[in-house]
Design a protein around this ligand. Sequence first.
Ligand SMILES: [Zn+2]
Length: 134
Amino acid sequence: MGVIMPDGLRAQILVEAQGAYPRECCGLIEGLIETGRFRITALHPSRNLAKAADRFDIDPRDQFAAYKTARAQHRAIIGCYHSHPNGRAEPSAMDLAGAGEENFLWLIASNESVNAFVYLDGRFDGAEWVTSSE
Ligand SMILES: [Zn+2]
């Protein structure tokens, strides 16, 4: 799968990750699923309810608001994002344990990197950034 994300949104994730440090930032991703790719149109930052610093737990109130806003735009919540303040920009064992929604995009930020993964059939597959010509 490919992923299209405006540069401004990538910068936004990195700013949120810095702001949340040493905890994880988290949020939901609004967009469209097109043939063979995810198109990200907006991010919905969420409060992180997790007690431990190395976890994230999206506040259900923020989740509800994000789904409502996305629906109003005729878009969907196609994924989530969070940061790994002292880790690598790839899914942890806890991320795998917490993943549930199929064909869901996961963006993970660490340092200056943001990597994309798709959860499907019980595992994460790496996704590629696609530069949109539109
Ligand atoms: Zn994680």
